[in-house]
Design a protein around this ligand. Structure first.
Ligand code: ADP
Ligand code: MG
Length: 283
């Protein structure tokens, strides 16, 4: 009986066989697994419903389910992780999705200390293409950070983790605070109700800064200090960053949500349109 039980726990609903752990975030554990019927390798995110204590966590888990289900039906973009199916049992919510092999953008920045502009430009353009696509489809991600940006085996960007995602009608005001504080927009860290899409653009500004500088634009010894700095909107641009890249960062890290550049405008920005050739391989 024990053997039967352990075999069952290595299977997700009898459909996927667990191979190993891929990653862990605040809300879920992600496993590499094999689809028992096709033999295909997939990633399965498991959100434990029984460990959910607060109402907020519960909301988050339900949100993950809803948004991913919506996703599986609606979205399909080359730079967004493909969700195959979402299912639940009495313990967990499972999100079966495409396995992205290359790891997190976070690791790539750490390995190289910082990214050279041509590579940062290539990856950042793909991030913005994905963000433009999800915004156009009425979704705000709200937790964009290098841990949630994956690189596939072709060295292409794949955005994942829609646990904080939100379907948002045009002009709808969203009120919940979410995401990582380092990537949070001023309207997110103050009591102001915020409109959706610009919060993602701010996070993209922090990501671009992190890619090119290898550090974060806003840091603090504690949350109040960090939030004060974000709200003041003052940061130091490293000397080595090109004028055009610095201009794009400034437009993304614009304190006013209304004045902040949109994903659509971003794609037209000179920095993303003047091609300098990638020198050398990607590794
Ligand atoms: P959380 O909501 O807990 O942050 P994520 O969905 O971000 O969970 O997943 C946690 C980590 O698992 C990610 O940061 C990433 O390293 C890894 N991961 C997530 N999805 C995939 C995937 N489709 N393929 C490969 N690794 C993944
Ligand atoms: Mg995550």
């Amino acid at each position: 009986l024990d053997e039967v039980k352990s075999r069952k726990s290595a299977l997700f609903d009898g459909r996927y066989e667990r191979i190993c752990t891929l990653g862990k975030g605040n809300f879920g554990k992600v496993y590499l697994a094999r689809d028992c019927s096709t033999g295909q390798e997939v990633a399965v995110k498991v959100v434990d419903k029984t460990s959910i204590k607060s109402g907020d966590q519960r909301q988050h888990a339900l949100n993950e389910k809803e948004i991913c289900e919506g996703f599986a039906q609606r979205l399909n973009h080359k730079n967004v992780v493909n969700v195959y199916e979402v299912f639940t049992d009495h313990e967990n919510i499972y999100v079966a999705m495409e396995y992205v092999e290359g790891g997190e953008l976070f690791e790539k920045i750490k390995q190289r200390h910082r990214l050279e502009e041509p590579l940062a430009k290539r990856w950042f353009r793909e991030i913005i293409e994905a963000v433009y696509y999800i915004h156009k489809n009425g979704i705000v991600h709200r937790d964009l950070k290098p841990e949630n940006v994956l690189i596939d085996k072709y060295q292409k960007i794949r955005i994942c983790d829609f646990g904080f995602g939100k379907f948002c009608e045009r002009q709808q005001v969203l009120n919940t605070y979410c995401g990582s504080p380092f990537y949070a927009a001023p309207e997110m860290v103050t009591a102001t109700p915020y409109r959706g899409p610009p919060v993602d653009m701010w996070s993209c500004g922090v990501i671009l800064f992190a890619m090119l500088a290898g550090t974060l634009p806003f840091q603090g010894n504690d949350m109040p200090q960090l939030f004060r700095r974000i709200n003041n909107g003052a940061y130091t641009m490293p000397q080595h960053i090109s004028r055009e890249a610095a201009d794009l960062i400034n437009r993304l890290l614009c304190k006013s949500a209304k004045g902040r550049i949109s994903a659509e405008e971003c794609l037209k920005h000179p920095w993303l349109n003047h091609n300098n050739r990638l020198v050398g391989g990607l590794e």
